[in-house]
Design a protein around this ligand. Structure first.
Ligand code: GLU
Length: 413
């Protein structure tokens, strides 16, 4: 194991263990460790103040044997090739676990989107597409929102790509509804977390009514997860965003917090709620902990202080591989990212399919199909974990890695 955990080294350690359990060769392991294609581009833009700024952009295509590469585009100051590589690999496993006909990819631009104007973001996004358009598209690599991007950014990608190739809505998902986006895509990741938690509770016979939740992250995923978990009768006792965190043992009011955040940009300073230091929400007493912000937040340092019984990985890679071992020893269950947050890419698959067929599905169809696919995937993981006496991440990896290997074998690689 490396000195410091990283997205890619964590992925490799989970993959290595799966290949060992499945009896796969070293060459299969290295094939699944490596990305098929890695792109790095430098993107110059003129800032609003007239100055030149240059941003690094990345797109990594990990695997396309089960279908075109699929995965988000992240705008964040910490984006680098290692992170994008690790995230792209996880997408291969996520689409395989959900058993949807897509592969894995991921992209990112190293920038702070909060410090860029709307015009600057649009120019940056369009220039990125101009640089990489030959490598992306409905049959090769399909982008979607991730940390720091949203439907608007996908709209610009759609517009720029379509200007070159003609109207091509299936080239990108998570688009605005007006441009062929799917009903239910916006809430899909958070909504999916609710479906996975419900399926988990049914399987393990744990009541959800009144069960307490600590939630890290109040962006698209965190907000919709909070709503879905409240709908299941759960009580959100702690919530944080990048700069603030609040706590109340009787539960916080999600709608009031969302209003406060949109008006003032901060969660703290709500009367009657205790303000926590950012990061402290991970360590509060609760039944479920949902880290739904960034990777690498539960480490070997804070893992011994986690008090939750179950961790549900809303973000990608929030638990490092070292922390994973410690949590397992302490009897804390981790519901892995490739299952827990796969609602987003599953509805992206529906959006892609609708665009290819020139269809528009009603929300009910999207929600029902999501529930069916995600419940099946979750039950499959729980069954395999019980049968093979594995933790849930190992079970999920085994199912996903086996599916990718079967496809490689069938394609003659
Ligand atoms: N960025 C999301 C993820 O990490 C969604 C990817 C997609 O919809 O393609 O799963």
């Amino acid at each position: 194991m490396t000195e410091k955990s990283s997205m890619q080294s964590d992925y490799e350690s989970f993959l290595h263990a799966a290949c060992d359990r499945l009896g796969y060769s070293k060459s299969t392991l290295s094939l699944l460790s490596l990305a098929a294609l890695e792109i790095k581009v430098e993107i110059p833009i003129i800032r609003d103040n007239g100055e030149l700024a240059v941003f690094s952009g990345y797109r990594v295509q990990h695997q396309n044997v089960r279908g075109p590469c699929k995965g988000g585009l992240r705008y964040h100051p910490k984006v680098d090739i290692d992170e994008v590589r690790g995230l792209a690999s996880l997408m291969t496993m996520k689409t395989a676990l959900a058993d949807i006909p897509l592969g894995g990819g991921k992209g990112g631009i190293r920038c702070n989107p909060r410090e860029l104007s709307r015009r600057e973001l649009e120019v940056l996004t369009r220039k990125f597409v101009k640089r990489i358009h030959r490598e992306i598209g409905p049959n090769s690599d399909i982008m979607a929102p991730d940390v720091g991007t949203n439907a608007q950014v996908m709209g610009w990608i759609h517009s720029e790509y379509s200007a070159i190739y003609g109207h091509s809505p299936a080239a990108v998902t998570g688009k605005p509804l007006a441009l062929g986006g799917s009903a239910g895509r916006d809430k899909a990741t958070g909504h999916g977390i609710g479906i996975v938690v419900k399926t988990y509770a049914e399987r393990y016979g744990t009541p959800l009514e009144g069960a307490t939740v600590a939630l890290q992250g109040f962006g698209n995923v965190g907000f919709h997860a909070a709503k879905a978990l409240c709908d299941l009768g759960m009580k959100i006792v702690a919530v944080s965003d990048a700069r603030s965190a609040v706590y109340h043992e009787d539960g916080v009011d999600i709608a009031a917090l969302a209003k406060q955040k949109s008006e003032r940009g901060l969660l703290a300073d709500v009367d009657g709620y205790e303000a926590l230091d950012p990061g402290a929400e991970l360590e509060v007493e609760c039944d479920y902990l949902v880290p739904a912000a960034l990777d690498g937040v539960i480490t070997k340092e804070n893992a011994p202080r986690i008090k939750a019984g179950v961790i549900v990985e809303g973000a990608n890679g929030p638990v490092t591989s070292e922390a994973d071992v410690l949590l397992h020893e302490r009897g804390i269950t981790v519901v892995p990212d490739i299952l827990a947050n796969s609602g987003g890419v599953i509805v992206s698959y529906f959006e892609w399919a609708q665009n290819l067929q020139r269809e528009v599905w009603p929300l009910k169809r999207v929600d029902d199909e999501l529930e069916r696919i995600l419940t099946n995937a979750a039950r499959h993981v729980f069954d395999h974990a019980a049968q093979a006496k594995l933790d849930l991440r190992s079970a999920a990896f085994d199912i996903a890695v086996r599916r990718v290997k079967e496809a490689l074998d069938a394609s003659g690689i």
